[in-house]
Design a protein around this ligand. Structure first.
Ligand code: GLU
Length: 452
């Protein structure tokens, strides 16, 4: 059966030149599917791997706006509609200079399986632009979002494709995108999630990814007879996922001691001041280096001082690590350092933050617990699903109601992933369990629906 997998991967390399990041995502998923593929012939017979690795549709478009200095700025925009077998396309928009078709294909591909795991009826997609919101004025952000929606509006709808935020796209951007959609179509539809609370957004959506990540980690450690209480945790990133992971870690009795941004990282041995990070990052859109002005005992290390190819935040001794920044931010050398310093679990808040080699290292250790992104960070998109349900019912639920459902969903995802790992003879390997469980539901739906 690995012959089938290898043939598909070789084909993918040829048909997706220069998209190593997409090949990395496909390699991880396809390898872990081998035990399912050798048990069930139907997936090969129906050419599921051949089909599931090609997006159903990918739209590439031009986005133009005039900046505050009257320059004409031109960017690439994309929406990759990867798979709609189990529901309308769903997945975020990323605005970052590193965005390209390969990055969005990796993210869209992952989203298929993540969304399937949530139990909500949503397919997989991703979109975005090679636009850097950093340092732009509010007017520039608004103009860019309006121009982006000038094309995107043709491709989305509340039963077809429902985008949301990701890196560089938060509440402000969703607002500008929604406003332009409404102006162009005249319709007040729930075509985006992560909306403002006064106009169709859901309570607890902002917190959901970080809270869900912590709930998932609690489940994973509980199964091993362990817990988060008193654990020192290294968190990377300082965006929405990192901030609400830090907040929830305190609530469950853990001590988060680090945070980072593209300039460097903070080590605060007394524990990260979550109110301060919120103020700096959410309100002032400031650099993390400002943190030490308010907490002089904390230590800021600029990125230039990290050893080459390393992420300095992983050199801080801890019990567990929560990579919540971006893809491939935790490599083999990083995990070896973490492990040598006593770290015994990693929970992925970002999408694909660990390299394949780092993942292999973690799965190879009997005394190590690894929560893979597709399962562990699915709370964000799951709560987007809850926002869609509230919109469809013209309803709005309390914070506690949404949080209660989120906890139930994360428990379900953990149990489904764990039980599936057991079913395939590799108990506790949540990479294998999550990938097989997420894949099986989508693949069976594709078989039911014929060759489309
Ligand atoms: N961007 C988030 C993710 O990676 C959320 C997507 C959504 O809410 O649709 O899952």
């Amino acid at each position: 059966m690995s012959e089938y997998v290898n043939k598909i991967l070789e084909g993918l390399k040829k048909s997706n030149p220069g998209q190593d990041i997409f090949i990395q995502a496909a390699t991880e998923v396809l390898h872990s599917l081998a035990p399912l593929l050798s048990r069930e012939e139907k997936y090969q017979k129906h050419a599921i791997l051949e089909r599931i690795t090609i997006p159903e549709r990918a739209v590439h478009f031009r986005v133009t706006y005039i900046d505050d200095n009257k320059n004409v700025c031109v960017h690439n925009g994309w929406r990759i509609q990867f798979n709609s077998a189990i529901g309308p396309y769903k997945g975020g928009l990323r605005f970052h200079p590193s965005v390209n078709a390969g990055v969005l294909k990796f993210l869209g591909f992952e989203q298929i399986f993540k969304n399937s795991l949530t139990g909500v009826a949503i397919g997989g997609a991703k979109g975005g632009a090679d636009f850097d919101p950093k340092g732009k004025s509010d007017r520039e952000i608004m103009k860019f979002c309006h121009s982006f929606m000038d094309e995107l509006y043709r491709h989305i709808g509340n039963t077809t494709d429902v985008p949301a935020g990701d890196i560089g796209v938060g509440g402000r951007e969703i607002g500008y995108l929604f406003g332009q959609y409404k102006k162009l179509t005249g319709r007040f539809d729930g075509i985006l999630t992560g909306k403002g609370l006064g106009w169709g957004g859901s309570l607890a959506r902002t917190e959901a990814t970080g809270y869900g990540l912590t709930y998932f980690t609690e489940q994973m450690l509980k199964r091993a007879g362990l817990g988060l209480e008193g654990k020192k945790c290294c968190v990377s990133g300082s965006g929405n996922v990192a901030i609400y992971t830090i907040e929830k870690l305190y609530q469950v009795g853990a001590l988060p001691i680090t945070a980072s941004d593209s300039g460097g990282f903070i080590y605060d041995e007394e524990g990260i001041d979550v109110a301060l990070i919120k103020e700096l990052k959410e309100l002032k859109r400031a650099r993390l280096s400002e943190y030490v002005k308010f907490r002089p005992h904390a230590k800021y290390t600029p990125i230039e001082r990290y050893p080459a190819g390393r992420n300095g935040v992983w050199s801080v001794p801890c019990d567990g690590a929560f990579p919540c920044a971006t893809q491939n931010e935790l490599n083999l050398a990083d995990i070896k350092t973490l492990y040598a310093n006593g770290c015994r679990f990693v929970s992925e808040g970002a999408n694909m933050p660990s390299t394949l080699e780092a993942m292999e290292f973690m799965l190879g250790k009997k005394d190590f617990y690894f929560a893979p992104a597709k399962a562990a960070n699915a709370g964000g998109v799951a709560t987007s699903g809850l926002e869609m349900m509230q919109n469809a019912g013209m309803d709005s639920w309390s914070f506690d109601e949404v949080d209660r459902r989120l906890q139930g969903i994360m428990k379900h995802i953990f149990e489904l992933s764990y039980e599936t790992s057991k079913e395939f003879g590799d108990e506790g390997n949540l990479v294998l369990g999550a990938n097989i469980a997420g894949f099986r539901k989508v693949a069976d739906a594709m078989i039911d629906q014929g060759y489309v």
